[in-house]
Design a protein around this ligand. Structure first.
Ligand code: NI
Length: 136
């Protein structure tokens, strides 16, 4: 009996999307307002989902206190009120799209969660635009 537990989190962060091998015009064409050289912010909503068997001793798939602390320390405190391009090392050379941010978050959490549990990350960049990564 496999059950999924979910934890919501939130951070505000600034970014700029661009490919430095492209002209400004091409960046503006592909990334639109997200290519603005002066950066801009998003209110990111994050859902971390952990799937596995219910532990018969606790009745938990995973202790949510542990998951909450992991997300707070490893994600929110690292990303909140940061300029992702300038202040988060993973994005020095990686475009901070919602896709890439979700992969970075997944990688940060994966080794800290029991390997018997499956991990999925859903990241909302806007209320209507969101991406999901599950390590595939
Ligand atoms: Ni943007």
């Amino acid at each position: 009996m496999r059950v999924t537990v979910n934890r919501k989190a939130h951070f505000n962060a600034a970014h700029r999307l661009y490919n430095n091998e492209w002209t400004d015009a091409r960046n503006a064409s592909v990334f639109g307002k997200c290519a603005n050289p002066n950066y801009h912010g998003h209110n990111y909503d994050l859902i971390v989902s952990v799937t596995g068997e219910i532990n018969p001793d606790t009745g938990f798939v995973m202790d949510m206190k542990v998951l909450k602390k992991l997300i707070r320390e490893d994600i929110e405190e690292q990303f909140d009120h940061k300029n992702l391009n300038e202040e988060v090392k993973e994005f020095k050379t990686l475009n901070p799209t919602a896709e890439n941010i979700s992969v970075v978050i997944w990688n940060k959490l994966r080794n800290k969660i029991d390997q018997n549990l499956d991990l999925s990350v859903t990241l909302y960049e806007t209320p209507r635009n969101f991406v999901t990564y599950n390590g595939g």
